[in-house]
Design a protein. Structure first.
Length: 321
């Protein structure tokens, strides 16, 4: 019995010592060691200089850690400011795997084929996940780029035409038709092969080329940009049509299409409802809005497109509004 008493007393003394020695003022260190020691530092290197890029360009960064970690780090891009949006860039997050120290990060400036003005973009590359960014030393400096994005177009001496509308539930088609309401000289489609805007995309983008890869040459004369309400429920549609000229100029035409006026026959028709008139003389083009659209406006901007060969992809097209 005495032994049991002694053991119980000793246990009580020990518990009292442990409880009495504890308080609520324990010091918890920051998750990042002061000064960044003990954590990996990332460096970013690139051969890109300046602040001007063209659609179709690629900016490459090599990301390196000064020491390997036992878990993965994922780097991505964050768009912070500017007139461009995420549709103007293509990138994929890259991961530096455990026990490795480097990866390549590519940013592609998308060539969407849309005639538009020079855009701006400010973006940052780094680790932004809450669970990951504290693994990097505060000495890590993320690259931040402020860019001017130069529009690009075909270098074959033709026009690029993009037709926009605000309601994405509507499906408009667009065509470039000659004055007789006919398509290409070989009869291969509704209009000039390669220039039919019947993709269910918004915008619809068409290319009116002087020479379609040797198949035929577009003769001088009068052409029209027609729109066709394939599946449209809106009574009024505010169109924007941007036209890119061979010399790099861009012109915007804005007008309201009234379905009631169309039904009443107030709008001219070629294949669909004609909106713009194109007069082609060699490699010179004069484009005008037809007078039936009395509320229309236009604006002209010189030298905003750089010539570059590329192929348009509807899924990469972006909206102007």
């Amino acid at each position: 019995m005495k032994n049991i008493f002694k053991y119980c007393a000793a246990a009580l003394i020990l518990v009292s010592f442990i409880v009495g020695g504890c308080d609520n003022s324990q010091v918890v260190e920051d998750p990042i060691t002061p000064g960044g020691y003990g954590y990996a530092t990332a460096t970013f290197t690139t051969d890109f200089t300046g602040n001007e890029v063209s659609e179709g360009d690629t900016i490459k960064y090599m990301i390196k850690l000064d020491k390997a970690l036992d878990r993965a780090l994922t780097f991505t891009l964050k768009l912070e400011d500017g007139t461009a949006d995420e549709n103007d860039f293509s990138w994929s997050p890259v991961t530096i795997n455990p026990f490795t120290k480097e990866a390549e990060f590519d940013v592609v400036v998308v060539a969407d084929g849309v005639p538009e003005l020079t855009e701006t973009a400010k973006f940052e590359i780094g680790v932004f996940g809450l669970g990951d960014r504290y693994l990097l030393s505060p000495k890590t400096v993320n690259p931040v780029l402020n860019l001017n994005i130069i529009n690009t177009s075909y270098d074959s001496g033709g026009l690029a035409v993009a037709v926009y509308w605000p309601d994405t539930d509507d499906d408009w088609d667009a065509y470039i038709i000659d004055e007789a309401g006919l398509g290409d000289p070989n009869g291969w489609g509704y209009d000039f092969v390669g220039y039919e805007g019947a993709t269910s995309a918004d915008p619809e983008v068409m290319l009116f080329l002087e020479d379609y890869y040797g198949y035929w040459t577009a003769p001088d004369g009068v052409y029209y940009v027609d729109v066709d309400p394939y599946d449209v429920s809106s009574a009024l549609t505010d169109f924007t049509i941007s036209v890119g000229y061979p010399n790099g100029d861009v012109e915007f035409f804005k007008f309201t299409f009234d379905m009631a006026k169309a039904d009443a026959g107030d709008y001219p028709m070629t294949w669909g409802y004609s909106t713009l008139k194109i007069v082609k003389t060699g490699l010179n083009y004069t484009v005008s809005l037809l007078p039936a659209y009395t509320t229309g406006t236009k604006s002209f901007h010189t030298g905003t497109i750089k010539s570059k060969e590329f192929f348009y992809s509807a899924k990469n097209a972006k909206r102007l509004f």
